[in-house]
Design a protein around this ligand. Sequence first.
Ligand SMILES: [Zn+2]
Length: 84
Amino acid sequence: MSNPWDYHEDCIDSAARDMIRLGRRHRLGMPDGRRTWICRGCQVALRPSINAKVRIRRKVMYVTCLHCGRINRKGPEFKRDKND
Ligand SMILES: [Zn+2]
């Protein structure tokens, strides 16, 4: 999952859903650096230029899901949003 775009689409989407499901079941957050690449709106793996737009502004990375339009942010002030 470190390079989601290298894998087959169906494979990553199911991997993404599994990660979310496991995370919820065991009350774990996503591993840092990976959660950004899974849309929490529609639960698919996000692939830059395929189904996601990536912007970086002031050290905050904005990953916009092109399926549901949800913006998944990653940056200094979003590192530990446990209640999300
Ligand atoms: Zn989405």
